[in-house]
Design a protein around this ligand. Structure first.
Ligand code: FE2
Length: 429
């Protein structure tokens, strides 16, 4: 006797009419016409059932702080950093914790059950570290949270960064971060990358660095990150986040750089909502898009994910932590409109970030965690197109969140049509 069976699922790999049997917290069977009884059944009726969404790049310490202490009038990255600096003296553990916890509720409702959050360590009190470590523990039954020690004001530029980062790691922060393009000089940026990857190798930790988040075509920190990753044998454990300068780099140079990234085993994370709004700000017309070369990175076999980065904070005023909105923006900005490319965009908010975070037992297969999302869409294409409703969000075999299917009634003289924006509407009237 199973605890739950989801019948008639379509899976992200295209398999249809699949039944998913769940026993306790694990997936027990994934097959057509599963011959078994269960205490509860969900009829997916051909809808897409996916492993949870994963956001491998967000800042939970600043999330939902919009307007504190003021709005970002220019809308730029640098004014965002200024505002965060103004808010820092007034931060409390309780306030950071509560805002981040509220965001986690949104995440659960959106089916986002894996989160890698950067946490600023350029506050000598490490209040955000304390708040988010507490949250990470409390959310364990619901969301896998990983924390990155992020020296927001520069690892070498801010005097206490090195000591604070070490303290944060000693307190239990999981991953080593960095921001080489924000150091005083290009050379300091290079030195910071070298120091941080060496530290990660010594401590046996992963690295996820804000890297080349500028429009400077000569910013070269991703090259150093890839070379240092190879030097220390850290392939598969290092990620370059943003990489927006790659958008503007010389094409000949990139033809050498992308194979270097691929061979070093460095992963990539683009943040489409943020890159399209923060980059190209010094341009008149034409304005660059600023997002890194996602299509080319993916074609080279580099594991590439899309992150949300910010939700209602000094850098981004919008958002509701919907990873399908992120995938949609990444698809548009990267012109990833081919059918296989659209599937890649779905993978960029599910399987790829799960791999980057090293999440264990993730995916729809017997033995894995029974963590699943039933979407109001027949496939990944429509899931992104419609930013589909999360009908059921299942964590460790139990329903964690649910929502009613979205539908509208259109009243015409001949009767009322129900519209849910799926392709079946087109033959309804
Ligand atoms: Fe970020």
């Amino acid at each position: 006797m199973l605890d739950l069976i989801i019948r008639g699922a379509t899976l992200p790999d295209g398999r249809q009419n699949i039944d998913i049997g769940i026993e306790n917290t694990r997936i027990a069977a994934v097959e057509p016409n599963l011959q078994a009884e269960a205490t509860a059944t969900i009829d997916a009726t051909g809808r897409l059932v996916t492993p949870p969404f994963v956001d491998a790049h967000i800042h939970l310490d600043s999330t939902l702080s919009l307007g504190q202490p003021r709005m970002n009038l220019s809308g730029t990255l640098l004014e965002g950093i200024e505002i965060w600096g103004e808010l820092k003296p007034d931060l409390t553990i309780g306030a950071i914790y509560q805002r981040a916890k509220n965001l986690c509720l949104w995440s659960m409702a959106r089916g986002t059950l894996g989160i890698r959050s950067h946490v600023d360590v350029c506050d000598d009190r490490l209040l955000a570290v304390q708040a988010l470590l507490k949250l990470r523990e409390e959310m364990k039954p619901y969301i896998d949270i990983q924390l990155v020690a992020f020296p927001q004001d520069g690892y070498l530029r801010y005097g206490n960064s090195e000591a604070n980062l070490q303290r944060a790691l000693d307190m239990g922060v999981d991953v080593i971060g960095g921001i080489p393009h924000f150091e005083r000089t290009m050379d300091d940026g290079r030195l910071s990358v070298q120091a941080l990857v060496r530290l990660a190798a010594e401590r046996g930790l992963m690295v996820d660095m804000h890297c080349d988040e500028s429009d400077d075509p000569l910013s070269r920190h991703i090259e150093t990150l890839a070379a240092e990753t190879a030097r220390h044998g850290m392939g598969g454990r290092v990620t370059g986040s943003h990489l927006t300068s790659m958008h503007s780099m010389d094409n000949y140079y990139v033809s050498k750089l992308i194979p270097l990234i691929a061979s070093s085993g460095v992963h990539a994370i683009a943040n489409p909502l943020i890159n399209i709004t923060l980059q190209g700000r010094h341009d008149t017309y034409p304005k660059r898009r600023g997002m890194t070369r996602v299509k080319e990175l993916m074609a080279a076999g580099i594991t590439t994910a899309f992150g949300h980065d910010d939700v209602m904070d000094p850098w981004y005023t919008l958002g509701s932590h919907d990873m399908l909105e992120v995938a949609s923006m990444g698809l548009h900005v990267g012109q990833l409109t081919g059918l296989e490319e659209i599937k890649s965009c779905f993978a960029a908010v599910t399987a790829n970030p799960a791999k980057i975070m090293g999440l264990q037992n993730y995916g729809i297969a017997p033995g894995n965690h029974a963590d699943l999302v039933v979407l109001q869409a027949p496939d990944a294409f429509d899931a992104i197109r419609l930013r589909a409703e999360r009908l059921y969000v299942i964590r460790r075999g139990k329903i964690l969140a649910q929502a009613a299917p979205r539908a509208s009634q259109v009243h015409l003289p001949g009767g009322t049509a129900t519209v849910d924006f799926t392709r079946t509407d087109l033959t309804a009237f």
